[in-house]
Design a binder for this molecule. Structure first.
Ligand code: SF4
Length: 369
């Protein structure tokens, strides 16, 4: 089975750390996007036939929660007209707390009616000073209110995004955010994604860093906050299943897990990426045009590359070792890292990175490749 990712290229404002592609939201812009999106769906409709069916659908961005129900409904109809969605088991939409709070209650009922059964909400922090610095549009009270509204509307699979590892986030504030996350109504969210702040090439934060106006956090301090994250969420009953992802038992993200397992996916919308299997069994990566202007001009596909067998192998190892299920490795290759305590053996020739080394997973993976 495969997944479909839909990139909604709009935000109402831009967060300091982010470089995902998006434009300022406008009704007119969303209409042009939809027209090209429907054309892209028709163009790619044969894709699913070679993928063994579709079991996950993910609306990300950008900010999908800026779209009206009517627009989301039209997009769903368009997807259903072009792809067989009868095997869908997980349909996720990313939301921002301010949109959840400002939309009428029937907007949430409408999302359920459209088939969304999982919500991923960008909370990032429960400290208002930090949220302001990040240029988020919500404060901590609004995040709690949005979460409660989602629960009241019957969503029983909610994921919350958090960020740690940046200058200004002291350990007490981080612990407080973790405690408040686990204490959210209804037993806390089913899923938590927590990312270490990174300097993305096009972000405002990277600009500030280059100008000497942001210093970052040193690696040891960030590693300490990662340990706090692991400990606090384990104590609250979450299971870590990937470097940045924690879930109640059985509530892991099927869609994101497919990426790490190397399952094919189709990305629709500007800047989206896809992974396909060619008729002769090769793996092909493709990417859409990077911006809305070229997307609406009718050039949805940006380019593609066929992976060499070596690249396929590297990707399998890299993605597998991000997960606690690990990757199959040659014993001779794994042995030095096992001796150094950087890998542990699992049954059937699999190895994984131990919990207390997951923070340096990129360094460990690099040593193997
Ligand atoms: S984090 Fe989300 S809301 Fe903020 S700029 Fe990035 S895509 Fe937009």
């Amino acid at each position: 089975m495969a997944g479909i990712y839909v990139h909604i290229p709009f935000c109402r404002s831009f967060c300091i750390y982010c470089d995902f592609y998006s434009e300022l939201f406008s009704r007119k812009g969303s209409e042009s996007f939809f027209k090209s999106f429907s054309e892209e769906c028709a163009l790619r409709s044969s894709w699913a036939a070679s993928s063994g069916g579709i079991d996950t659908l993910y609306f990300g961005g950008g900010t999908p929660s800026l779209l009206t129900l009517e627009m989301l409904g039209r997009m769903m109809v368009c997807l259903a007209d072009n792809f067989d969605l009868s095997g869908l088991v997980e349909t996720t939409i990313e939301v921002n707390p301010d949109d959840v709070c400002s939309n009428p209650r029937d907007w949430l009922d409408g999302l359920k009616g459209l088939g969304f059964n999982r919500v991923s909400m960008g909370v990032q922090s429960f400290d208002d000073g930090i949220l302001k610095w990040m240029n988020r549009r919500h404060d901590s009270r609004e995040a709690v209110r949005a979460y409660s509204l989602l629960r009241d509307a019957g969503f029983d699979n909610i994921s919350v995004d958090l960020i740690f590892g940046f200058a200004g986030l002291d350990d007490d504030i981080w612990m407080d955010t973790l405690a408040k996350t686990a204490a959210l109504p209804g037993g806390g969210p089913e899923h938590v994604s927590a990312y270490c702040m990174s300097l993305e090439p096009g972000s405002t934060l990277t600009g500030l860093y280059r100008e000497g106006k942001y210093a970052g956090m040193d690696d040891d301090a960030a590693a300490g906050q990662y340990s706090m994250l692991q400990k606090a969420l384990a104590e609250a009953g979450y299971v870590q299943y990937e470097v940045s992802n924690f879930a109640r038992p059985g509530k892991y993200s099927r869609h994101n897990s497919s990426y790490w397992k190397g399952v094919p996916y189709l990305g629709l919308g500007p800047s989206a990426h896809s992974l396909s299997i060619t008729p002769d069994g090769r793996r092909m990566r493709s990417w859409n045009s990077p911006d809305l202007a070229s997307y609406v001009a009718g050039n949805s596909l940006g380019g593609y590359e066929l992976l060499t067998p070596e690249e396929e192998e590297e990707e399998r190892i890299m993605l597998g070792l991000r997960c606690v299920s690990g990757a199959r490795l040659e014993k001779s290759k794994a042995a030095p890292l096992v001796n150094d305590g950087l890998l542990v053996g699992l049954p059937d020739g699999f190895y994984r990175i131990p919990d207390d080394k997951l923070f340096i997973s990129e360094y460990i993976i690099e040593k193997l490749l």
